[in-house]
Design a protein around this ligand. Structure first.
Ligand code: 13P
Ligand code: SF4
Length: 322
């Protein structure tokens, strides 16, 4: 599909206006654009966005917007979802290489064969997948509504759940349903070290461990609270705890810290001493690339009409069931 070069482009400072924030705001008016950003984006992108949210919130905003142009500060499958919902709008992604390891772990050809082997199953796919996988699905879900959606499927209906095995396993535990799982995973959420999280907890006994359901079971079993990025943010605001160990991409900590500056948020450590808990795809987007995308009205998300139409149905189903 698209090869991922995980190096950020380097630009000359004289390629850009002195006040990028003001220039982006000006372009937003000119284009009648809306900027939608995921919590895993760099802080400056979060600060200029019209709306920041989790995958479900972003899809709902994309479905409801009156803007002519959607500037999607997130990864490819998110911008693609916005395009599926708005085939006649211009949808821009600051860096087209901003993919997703989880989406890549489910190639359409292999998945078609997997599905064909189980013709009596319905397919519920996590939104972190390509448009082709969405087109083969009956219902899309996100981390915030996966449990609720599976609970609405009659007990006797067998379900394939793709592509995230960790979210799938979590949904199985929560619903008591036996799902057939596609063995995909996210490189970021599988990087957390159980041992280092336990060591951190010993150093910070009052801290609550909050985790995204894309994490492995060995991490989730230590969590005081599990939820989507929006759910984790809300929980951190409402909880009486002053300290949190956060097992998801640390971009979310910018919002947590903004909402409750008097609390302490500690990013959960990776197995290696690296910044592997930062999503290398999300972080390909920069304020500079966002400005250039708006100025040049490219890179644009495109999608064939056939796939768009087929992928729209399971997304609409998700929006109905959420
Ligand atoms: P949510 O946006 O549903 O919390 O999922 C996080 C994620 O990994 C997005 O890629
Ligand atoms: Fe994909 Fe994981 Fe990055 Fe989310 S955090 S975009 S699932 S690679």
């Amino acid at each position: 599909m698209f090869a991922t070069d995980l190096t950020k482009n380097k630009f000359q400072s004289n390629d850009f206006p002195a006040d990028l924030f003001a220039a982006i705001k000006e372009l937003k008016k000119e284009l009648n654009a809306v900027i939608l950003a995921h919590y895993y984006q760099d802080s400056d992108i979060q600060d200029i966005a019209d709306y920041i949210g989790d995958s479900l919130g972003l899809s709902q905003k994309a479905a409801a917007t009156n803007a002519d142009v959607i500037v999607f500060a997130g990864v490819h499958f998110m911008a693609e979802t916005a395009k599926i919902l708005n085939p006649d709008k211009l949808v821009l992604l600051p860096d087209l290489e901003a993919g997703c390891s989880l989406a890549d772990s489910c190639p359409p050809k292999e998945f078609a064969a997997f599905k064909a082997d189980r013709p009596d199953h319905i397919v519920i796919s996590y939104i972190n997948c390509s448009a082709e996988i969405k087109a083969m699905s009956d219902i899309i879900c996100t981390s915030s509504n996966a449990v609720k959606i599976v609970q609405q499927i009659p007990q006797e209906t067998p379900i394939i759940f793709a592509p995230d095995k960790n979210l799938g396993r979590y949904v199985m535990e929560q619903t008591g349903r036996d799902l057939v799982l596609w063995e995909g995973a996210c490189i970021v959420h599988e990087t957390f070290s159980e041992k280092k999280i336990i060591e951190l907890k010993i150093d910070h006994p009052e801290a609550e461990i909050i985790a995204h359901p894309e994490c492995e079971q060995v991490v989730l079993r230590h969590a005081d609270y599990i939820g989507s990025t929006t759910a984790l943010l809300k929980y951190s605001q409402q909880s009486s705890s002053r300290e949190f160990i956060v097992a998801t991409e640390p971009g979310i900590i910018h919002q947590m810290q903004k909402q409750t500056p008097n609390k302490q948020f500690i990013p959960a450590p990776s197995t290696n001493n690296c910044a592997c808990n930062e999503c290398p795809y999300m972080r390909l987007n920069t304020l500079e690339k966002l400005y250039l995308a708006m100025k040049n009205r490219t890179p644009e998300i495109t999608i064939s009409e056939q796939i768009q139409k087929a992928a729209l149905k399971p997304i609409q189903k998700m929006l109905e069931l959420s």
